[in-house]
Design a protein around this ligand. Structure first.
Ligand SMILES: *Cc1c(COP(=O)(O)O)cnc(C)c1O
Length: 438
């Protein structure tokens, strides 16, 4: 279908042309390229609170939030102050700093499942390190992941289910060797029976099981509490470590993330996104006895020139302190619930096959009704339908991540009015394109 553009994109288009000569697809991370929606990606110049401005001067209410880190909105005053204060003293020393102790204590004293931790520079790096640690600690080689969960671009996790009963993975990216993919076993979310059978027969080879406890990278596929609690039990029974990848859910669904939300104790947790207050970051942590296997205390090597960067940690401290203010998460969740229920009233009234869902301040627009648990239950026409929504929202000054598989985020800087603008826009779009969504 032909889209009518009301917003100027001339400058973004020109920049994109130059960028395409320099970067694969013109971008430094693939989903930024707007490939699954239409037009050139918007080149964003600045952000403040709930808003972002592009190079052409268009302003948008942003529900992408840099893909999750910005739970406090753009250009949060406390974070900005902390970063400027830190940067006045220099950007990196390659030594321990007071910031490290401060953020470590802040986390350890407010998160019941983190006794020790290590900071790294991205979520991917955190996951990669946690997997190595699990292998080092257990002395076993194979790992289990769930189809539909994303864990960054770690070789051993760029793996999808192959065929056969026990699905030793096949790589989902060129450049991942068969032997690496073969050490990863891929199972279905919400499938206790399959997993139990697998562990019964293969537990002697399996070091760990990694899961996004709130799967939020293929839409929002939250699982039941008893599924996660059962994973804990199975892992204990079979001497397998349980890793929660909370890069997206950590500090998002509560200060203690999904582990706290569901009261399920993982052995290790990986973080990223929010923990760095918008600066490049990752971290992993958990049980002290396991973390003590990491160098220089133990034999599992892991290092980083810019790890625990003082500017990043200053931003992280400033962010986390604001999250600890009583009532922070309650008000954020309430706002998101308001948004989602208003959208669902529209979908019902217009009788379209759409539903908004949320867990905490993570929300997702889906093009089917009813609970789904696995990625293969996502309607195959979602991308086409989302393209309309995405484009029409842009025309109305609302920015969502450019893919139907991406969730949206509400930040504490979104006002009730911001949400009402979103709700009104969806109402118009569903009205104008009703037949496309039925
Ligand atoms: C974003 C994300 C990652 C990867 O983090 P990067 O900082 O992009 O490397 C890993 N796991 C989950 C669950 C994520 O959402």
């Amino acid at each position: 279908m032909e889209f009518i553009n009301h917003i100027p994109r001339t400058k973004s288009e020109k920049l994109f042309k130059r960028a395409k000569k320099l970067f694969p697809g013109g971008v430094n991370s693939p989903v930024r390229a707007f490939k699954s929606v239409s037009g050139a990606p918007l080149f964003i110049k600045k952000g403040n609170g709930s808003r972002i401005w592009d190079e052409d001067g268009n302003v948008f209410i942003d529900f992408c939030g840099s893909w999750g880190p910005l739970i406090l909105g753009h250009n949060n005053e406390e974070i900005q102050k902390a970063v400027i204060k830190a940067v006045r003293n220099g950007t990196s020393f390659g030594t321990p700093t007071k910031y490290g102790v401060e953020i470590g204590e802040l986390i350890a004293s407010n998160h019941r499942y983190i006794e020790k931790m290590r900071f790294v520079s991205s979520g991917t790096e955190a996951v990669m390190s946690a997997i190595r640690l699990a292998r080092g600690f257990t002395g076993k080689d194979k790992i289990i992941k769930f189809e539909g969960c994303y864990h960054g671009h770690v070789d051993s996790l760029m793996v999808k289910a192959g065929s056969g009963l026990v699905t030793f993975g096949t790589s989902s990216s060129a450049g991942v060797t068969r032997s690496v993919a073969g050490d990863t076993i891929v199972v279905s979310l919400n499938d206790l029976h399959g997993l139990t059978t697998l562990l019964e027969s293969h537990h002697q080879e399996i070091a760990c099981l990694i899961i996004e406890p709130v799967p939020a990278n293929n839409g929002l596929l939250w699982q039941d509490q008893n599924f996660l609690a059962w994973l804990r039990k199975l892992c204990d029974q079979y001497g397998v470590l349980l890793i929660f990848d909370e890069v997206i859910s950590g500090f998002r669904v509560g200060f203690e993330g999904a582990a706290g939300y569901y009261s399920v104790a993982p052995d290790l947790i990986t973080f990223g996104k929010i923990i760095g207050g918008g600066m490049p970051v990752g971290a992993y942590g958990g049980r002290a006895d396991i973390m003590s296997m990491v160098a220089p205390d133990g034999p599992v090597y892991q290092a980083g020139t810019l790890s625990g960067n003082p500017v990043t940690l200053a931003a992280g401290i400033a962010a986390l302190k604001q999250l600890l203010v009583p009532g922070f998460y309650e008000s954020l969740n309430e706002k998101t619930a308001y948004l989602v229920s208003a959208l669902n009233r529209i979908f019902l009234a217009k009788n379209v096959d759409m539903e908004a869902i949320h867990l905490g301040s993570i929300f997702w627009l889906k093009f089917s009704r009813g609970r789904i648990f696995t990625a293969d239950q996502i309607s195959s026409t979602s991308s086409q339908k989302f393209k309309i929504i995405h484009h029409e929202l842009l025309q109305r000054g609302i920015y969502l991540g450019p893919s139907s598989y991406e969730v949206g985020f509400v930040s504490n800087s979104h006002t009730r009015q911001d949400l009402d603008v979103f709700i009104h826009a969806i109402d118009e779009i569903v009205n104008d394109f009703q037949s496309h969504f039925q």
